[in-house]
Design a protein around this ligand. Sequence first.
Ligand SMILES: [Zn+2]
Length: 299
Amino acid sequence: MGTPPGPLPDLGSGPPIAPGVPVELAPGVVRVSAPNPSMMTGPGTNTYLVGARSVTVIDPGPAGLPAHTDALVAAAGGAGAIDRIVVTHTHPDHAPGAAALAAATGAEVIGYGPAEGFEPDRLAAEGSRFAVGDDALLARHTPGHASDHLCWLLESSRLLFTGDHVMEGSTVVIRPPDGDMGDYLASLERLVDGSEQISAIAPGHGRVIAEPTAAVRAVLAHRRVREALVATVLSETGPATLEDLLDLVYGDVGPERTAVARASLWAHLRHLVATGEAECDRPITAEGTDEGGTWRPVR
Ligand SMILES: [Zn+2]
């Protein structure tokens, strides 16, 4: 029946995440983790402050956490020090905190586009560049986990803020129809194809990853093994729904992750259709009308 992928290596470095405690990762780069630990957020959402007197905040975190807003202002050295808020994507654990932080500081809010109640003052896209003191943050469009996902590269140190594109020691969920496995794999490939010169990864969840190439290659390998298992199971079962396939492909994950596994299974099946290895009896659409379809292998 094929073999599920083994666990990812945990290549995180430094002490465990402690919410609310500022940690200086490099000169002018501070991490403050939000107090929102959960199955999906790990030890909580990481917010990063970049710059000294003029601070850019990356991923202010969820809404409704005034203690986190206060911790960010304190870590920056006062409300007047924060002049810009950028987000990696608009998921509820990363972007909604922008509203309270902008209200407290007057900072400009920047993201790929409006979504899920997030309303940026300015848009960013692939190649957008914002000066931070003597340094700069460069936007890299990395769709897959979310279609509006940006990674932010600190130009001089080559530190990459990856949001939910890569997290420490765990895969991320790819949830169609907005999430797209083909886009995700391509966005990962880009991080290891030699074009980017990344020194380390500062993820949206978990500690800094000091071996970015090894970590990204491990995620790519993990996804490919899982997708090969999906293809093998589908070829053995013949026509099947998501529910028919779920236990056969994700029998290795606990019941608390069933919904996440189902989403990723769907993403893999859509990718198999895109690569010509499977087909679905319903059209693959941006609305996700294929979710309840029957999938079959293409021989
Ligand atoms: Zn996310």
